[in-house]
Design a binder for this molecule. Sequence first.
Ligand code: SF4
Length: 209
Amino acid sequence: MSEDAAARLQDIAERVRLCQECGLYQGTTNAVPGSGSATADIVFIGEGPGFHEDRLGLPFVGRSGDYLEYLLGLIDVHRDDVFIANVVKHRPPDNRDPRADEIFACKHWLDEQLDVIRPAVIATLGRFSMARYFPDARISRIHGKPRFGGSPVTAWYPLFHPAAALRNPGLRRDMEADIRRLPDLVAEVRQRRAQQQAADETPTQLSLF
Ligand code: SF4
């Protein structure tokens, strides 16, 4: 099953590398499809690749990547245990924000990846990925507050972007507290999925009278 999932993620990555569905592929060195475990409990979604990510074809390298790895270390998790991706797979020129039409064009790639992995927790990093699940919300109000839904049950979990916490050290305490909650969140989703499965398997009682 996990080999099958890994192969499906690899197939998606190969198709992403050929994608020209928006203009962002122009002038880039590499596509950045995402990396990590095909059976991850946690998927992190950032905004878009930056300079170093474009050079290496990997998400969250450089200072933001180092800080994300430090955060994962707080909960004894390695980056290979999770899956890390972005809302757009090619680097926007000069690190500008991705436009709405580019995010829309790229959305189906992330949807396909999430459909393969089916993580317990989808943790958004920053406002562009947050907007997928929490439109019109403000990160300062909702960070660290999960919302549960879907089938199988999933927790959508909004977090500050690591780069924001690097720029503003005042955010780091909140960021680290939010990260420390992840193991409990994964456990809670597993419990809810087990309850959902048990409810689905319970035969409906038919009364003849
Ligand atoms: S950013 Fe996404 S939609 Fe645009 S070319 Fe790259 S993979 Fe395709």
